[in-house]
Structure formats: structure tokens, C-alpha cells
Design a protein around this ligand. Structure first.
Ligand SMILES: [Zn+2]
Length: 130
């Protein structure tokens, strides 16, 4: 059983907004996002500030996953891995509804101790060798 730890604020609308803006100018996205927030920090839970912070996906709270984002050299907001999505990951437990960008995972719970991201090792390998 996992307790449902409530965050002080629900940033789901922010995360959905950021993901909807992939492919657009980061300066505009940031200005619009920060104007709606009491603090800018949650923006950078998804958007990597440094190359080493880039993640294929980010876990928010117990079981809400989102695409990891970054800003490319041209100043455009990009997904770290455009292929990762609701059908990529395996739920970590039976008791929580796991979602990716708000959409429930399509893979079923496969037992405790099973990897969250079965494709990850192959992907990491591919990234390193690129
Ligand atoms: Zn659970």
C-alpha cells in the first residue's frame, strides 16, 4: 500500500501546459508558465537546466510520470525522448493508477520487483553510442 502524499499544490495543469508547448520557443513558454506560478521551481522538475539533468521521463509524486524536457541550442522546448509514453513503462504496484502525461499506462502490473522501464538499458546504450 502506498499512502497518497498530497503536494501543497497540484501542478498537473503546469506539466500538461509544458508538454503541449514542445516544439515552440522556450522564452515564450517560460514567460507564460512563470506568470501563473507562485515560484518557478516546478517548471524545472520537467525541464532540464543542464545536459546532465535530462531525463527520458520524470516521476511526480507516487505514480504520475511525464516526459522529461529540455531546451535545444535554437531555444526550442524539446522532449528528451519523444518515444517514451503511456505504453513504455510498467506499473510499479497494483494499488496505484500509473499515468504518463495524464494517460493511464497500457502495460499491466507484472509483479513486484519487475523493472519500471524494460527498454531503458537498450535506450541508454543507444544514446551513449550515438
Ligand atoms: Zn501503489
Amino acid at each position: 500500500m502506498h499512502g497518497r502524499r498530497k503536494l501543497g499544490l497540484d501542478y498537473t495543469p503546469l506539466f500538461r501546459f509544458l508538454i503541449s508547448k514542445v516544439g515552440t520557443r522556450w522564452d515564450d513558454v517560460f514567460s507564460e508558465a512563470v506568470a501563473r506560478l507562485d515560484r518557478p521551481d516546478p517548471i524545472f522538475w520537467l525541464v532540464a537546466r543542464q545536459p546532465h539533468e535530462r531525463r527520458r521521463y520524470v516521476l511526480i509524486g507516487e505514480s504520475s510520470f511525464y516526459n522529461g524536457l529540455y531546451v535545444d541550442e535554437a531555444g526550442t522546448l524539446q522532449q528528451v525522448d519523444p518515444l517514451v509514453g503511456p505504453s513504455s513503462l510498467v506499473p510499479l504496484c497494483r494499488c496505484c493508477t500509473h499515468t504518463f502525461n495524464g494517460t493511464p499506462f497500457t502495460r499491466p502490473f507484472a509483479g513486484s520487483g519487475m523493472p519500471l522501464d524494460p527498454d531503458a538499458e537498450a535506450q541508454v546504450e543507444a544514446t551513449v553510442n550515438r
